[in-house]
Design a protein around this ligand. Sequence first.
Ligand SMILES: [Cu+2]
Length: 652
Amino acid sequence: MKILFTGMLLFLLNSVVAQANWQINLDILDHSLKKNNESLKLQLEIQSSDKSKADLYVAVQSPDSSLLFIQAPNLFSESVNFSTTPVAYATNISANQGVSGRVLTIPQLPANLPAGQYHLYAVITQAGADVFQQNLWQTPLAHDSFLYVNNANFLAIPQQLTGVINEQGQKVFDLTLQKGQKSFLPDTQTATYGINGHYLGPTLRVSRGDKLAFNISNQLDEPSTIHWHGAHIPAKMDGGPHQIIEQGSTWKPFFEIKQAAATLWYHPHLEGKTAEQVYKGLAGLIIIDDSVSDSLALPNRYGEDDIPMVVQDRRIADNGDMSSQLKNMTDVMGLRGKYMLVNGDITPTLESHAQVIRLRILNGSNARIYNFGFADNHEFYQIATDGGLLTRPVPLTRMHLAPGERAEILLDLRTDSGQYLLLQSFSAELSPLTLKNAMMRDALDMQTFDIMSIRVGQAGDNNLSIPATLTTIEQIPVENAVVNRPFVLQEGRMNNSMGDMGDMNNSMGGMGDMNNSMGGMGGMIGANNTETFANLSNMGMFRINDKVMDRERVDETIRLGDTEIWTISNEADMAHPFHIHDIQFLILDRNGQKPAPEEAGWKDTVLVFPDETVRVITRFEDFADPDVPYMYHCHILEHEDAGMMGQFVVIP
Ligand SMILES: [Cu+2]
């Protein structure tokens, strides 16, 4: 692209006057997303009314602001070198050399460039003048930019299973929980868990009305469970802490899909071990179709224009170790890492045709809340929440998603051919709301960071646009509710077994002070890196209604068929995503305010901000079992493991 010089330049020094008489176009011709060892095609166009000789400098400015000069034997050469000291691209050029529409290909970018946005600048000086004397880089004649990613990962698409129909007409899925190894970082191996593979599991594609049956074989060296997050199924099929799959054994749950089209997921739910087992890689998606979703003109080619995305952050040491042990003070808020994985690869690239695509995004992280958006603020449309489609697409440029939550979005790439998009988390905008205490924020909470890039190619053929409407959502009248249950989310108080520390929030001035107190959590973690979050349970660090999880205690008893309002209040310093098994609910209000349009759909997990009270309404239908409880809990998995969980039964 061309930068027009301004009249002001004419009043500057000689060499600048030379620049004012020149016009340069500098355009990157191919994709503006570059990977290791890729070529760079530039179009250079030069015009001048100046008869004097000039020197042309072309430099690449890297994300850390250092300049890399491109040098060529002559103006028409495609053989170039890169130099960190100022070198002219071509010297003693003049206007009558007739350089126009010149395409030069830099065959290979230098290796080991830092990832990020690169800027290309062209500057003209009087022949022989010192390019740095005049500060010309402040007013380059031409500029273009490209995004460089080190990592040549393309987004992996999990295998999709549709089941094998047995004699009873059930769709049967065989899932094996197994140990694995994965190379997240180059030249390293990380010990992982996976389902039918090394890391994560297949996507289960089913339809409303399907009867499903599973053979879930546990080949790990420890017990586990598999919970169907978001599924409306009987409690004994739910895969919670009471449906343990011992090592070497096979669990055979079966149930019917009795709910609307949605993106659900499955993951372990073993008491005290959920965080660790999910962190190692046990998770997968479930996609439900129904007659409504089938009738809509939505992208539905799995992996082509309908893209599953399991977003997770991981802390991976340089040697590949991916420990889920607590190391830092901020870990008390849940384990967060600096590497962003989508479907198991670090900051990958999705290659897409220029058409409308759907992203089914699961926040499968243990603890990190994302504030998704695109680097160029490209608009997108949220079309579904946890439990299904919204009434109409909601245009957004930001969308926050807490652990356990899902969102489906449409992205219209029809006019983006040849462009790249960068999906990021604008966490600095959100973390003051989710982590009131600044000491609880980690480095990424205070930044914008990359999740995935999308490289847009030629036009696609799905011929889709953004639909005007999606589905109808039957509201549940508030007056139908026969029970209003309060749930208060609390953190910070140690119980008596920890000695006489009492209520840390009151006696020590809040969580932040714990870092300074050797008696507090900070000191404990610092002294012993092998602490696990299960140990926090004994301390009562994270509670609901002043209780920690007790598998022998049923906290709430609900009558089958009842409509209930659950009022969830957060008295803690950080936001907690509250998840209810068995049902999907509608948000009535947040601190008395109606939910935003993108939240006005079926949910099974709701982020409750500090000092906020969220009311949700739901009906408990179909499944009663006085003996087997369902769970409700915080979906920050470390908090769940620390006891921020309760049990309810539905009775006939
Ligand atoms: Cu929590």
